[in-house]
Design a protein around this ligand. Structure first.
Ligand SMILES: [Zn+2]
Length: 309
């Protein structure tokens, strides 16, 4: 078995792992590079493998640093299935369209810039890595699955998705690969949620693996205790609204974090710890994701499910 990392190696974005045996070639994730100087160049560079030779793709979750180059994969010849959870499939519809839109407007801007600074302009790609047509093609290739549903992807490969508790639909993937009559179990953590967070369930405990692939964005950082964070949130909000008569702007990721903030404002208001809050979500994408989240109550922890009902 040959395993190569085509992203998220010595950096935390662009997750893309290629697994090859004599019988099969498949990818786990196909993420976009985000942030940093070289990201645009890497997103536009040709793949270092031939997308047309990949048999299938397993996708851990919808965040763009894990899913964002799927349309580029299809644009360059990939025609096979993309296996992921039902909720991730729904999120991709929102997130990849948004990503294609950003790609296209960035390319337009780069074109205008190049025209106005013909000689000195920094070389930035004037073609989008992919377009909305490529996204439409990807969405046709996506196969939504439930958690804990054993699935055969190839004569020699079976897998199942386990709840990773990171964002809606996120999965740890257990994969069994058979090579020369020996079966080995690979586990891809994807991004992992923290236990005891609201809304989503805790990450599933995986009992064994022959090879374990762990994503670790915050591996060297100690997270603050959740109760302390909530107390700090209450005190900042109360001080700003009541003592200073001000407003609060919370920059928040559209997927996951925005829904957590809405949950806490609601929960803390019901518990009498916050008062008179008018909450505005100023993001069409976050609003679409919140609506989608409410359609997947089956994936929630027990307490938020009761609150949402
Ligand atoms: Zn993620």
């Amino acid at each position: 078995m040959k395993i190569t990392f085509h992203g998220a190696a010595q950096e935390v974005t662009g997750s893309c792992t290629l697994i090859e045996t004599g019988e099969v070639r498949f990818l786990v994730d196909c993420g976009m590079f985000q942030g940093g100087r070289g990201a645009d160049g890497k997103n536009h560079a040709p793949f270092t493998f031939d997308p047309g030779t990949i048999d299938f793709v397993l996708l851990t979750h919808a965040h763009i640093d894990h899913s964002g180059l799927l349309p580029k994969l299809t644009r360059h010849g990939y025609t096979g299935p993309i296996y992921t959870s039902h909720a991730t499939a729904d999120l991709l519809d929102i997130m990849l369209r948004d990503s294609a839109h950003i790609q296209q407007s960035d390319a337009e801007r780069a074109k205008r810039k190049r025209r106005s600074h013909k000689k000195n302009g920094r070389r930035q790609s004037t073609d989008p890595a992919y377009t909305i047509e490529d996204v439409e093609a990807v969405l046709e290739q996506v196969r939504g699955l439930g958690y804990d549903e054993p699935t055969t992807a190839h004569d020699t490969v079976r897998f199942q998705l386990r709840d990773a508790g990171h964002i809606l639909g996120s999965a740890i993937i257990e994969v069994w690969v058979c090579e020369q009559e020996t079966e080995r179990k690979l586990v891809f953590s994807g991004d992992l949620g923290q236990p005891d967070r609201p809304i989503l369930c805790d990450p599933t405990l995986i009992e064994d693996a022959d090879i374990l692939f762990v994503e670790s964005t915050y591996g060297d950082r100690q997270h603050k205790n959740l109760d302390d964070t909530i107390e700090e949130f209450i005190s900042v909000v109360t001080h700003t609204l009541d003592d200073l008569g001000g407003n609060i702007i919370v920059p928040a990721f559209a997927v996951g974090r925005t829904q957590e903030i809405i949950y806490y404002v609601n929960h803390l208001t019901r518990a009498g710890k916050l008062h008179n809050i008018n909450l505005f979500v100023d993001s069409p994408m976050a609003t679409a994701v919140t609506r989608l989240t409410m359609q997947h109550l089956d994936l929630f922890d027990a307490q938020p499910r009761t609150l949402a009902a």
